[in-house]
Design a protein around this ligand. Sequence first.
Ligand SMILES: Nc1ncnc2c1ncn2[C@@H]1O[C@H](COP(=O)(O)OP(=O)(O)OP(=O)(O)O)[C@@H](O)[C@H]1O
Length: 236
Amino acid sequence: MYLHSLMFLTGNRQMMNEGKSNSILVSGESGAGKTETTKLLMRYLAFLGGRSKTGGRTVEQQVLESNPVLEAFGNAKTVRNNNSSRFGKFVEIQFDQSGKISGAAIRTYLLERSRVCQINSPERNYHCFYFLCSAPSEDIKRYKLGDPSSFHYLNQSSCIKVDGMSDAEEYLATRSAMNTVGITEQEQEATFRVVAAVLHLGNLNFVKGRDADSSVLKDEKAKFHLNAAAELLMYA
Ligand SMILES: Nc1ncnc2c1ncn2[C@@H]1O[C@H](COP(=O)(O)OP(=O)(O)OP(=O)(O)O)[C@@H](O)[C@H]1O
């Protein structure tokens, strides 16, 4: 990290002296430490460009709390990394004339979408699915969820739990981070409804119907999941 800090100090001074934008490219193979390094860089930047706290949430808090939100929906356990980012991101942090953070924008790229429907043992699907299945009981009831191992999109792999990670605590931390970055309660509700609906849709099974080329739901369980998904998506 010493080298990165040094590079960053130089970059920051140049930005202030010459009024030029600076960029850092963090690259490396999976598990090399890109995500953790980026978080340290962002924390350092927030420290340099932070304002004294005046109550409420500050821009730099919002910048830092974007990480747990992105990780909940875009990171998963792989064989190489328990918290592997399955997308790329471009983080832009804007500074005002005095060097204080004035805003930020994050663009994400190339999320590994196929992971939602298919995972290999002993990897996991995206963290958000397990977090939501470990939510407080009133949320579980509202989203009609149950044990993660009862969902096809999660039980294709033998790995449901990650050592050292509490899905229940992470759910609450994700909600808190979403609040900090300014995602409203309604938007959060809509987001988690879609996450829950995806799990229900994964449990739909069909069998051949009576008419040619037709199919019908396999059983009552499949009907339950279809109704649950429809209800959740109707209000999402
Ligand atoms: N600076 C660090 N301090 C302590 N542990 C670290 C540090 N950097 C990386 N690690 C360890 O290595 C693991 C993998 O790091 P990280 O998630 O940052 O890799 P990555 O390059 O972003 O991988 P991927 O491309 O899979 O997302 C972390 O979960 C952590 O255990």
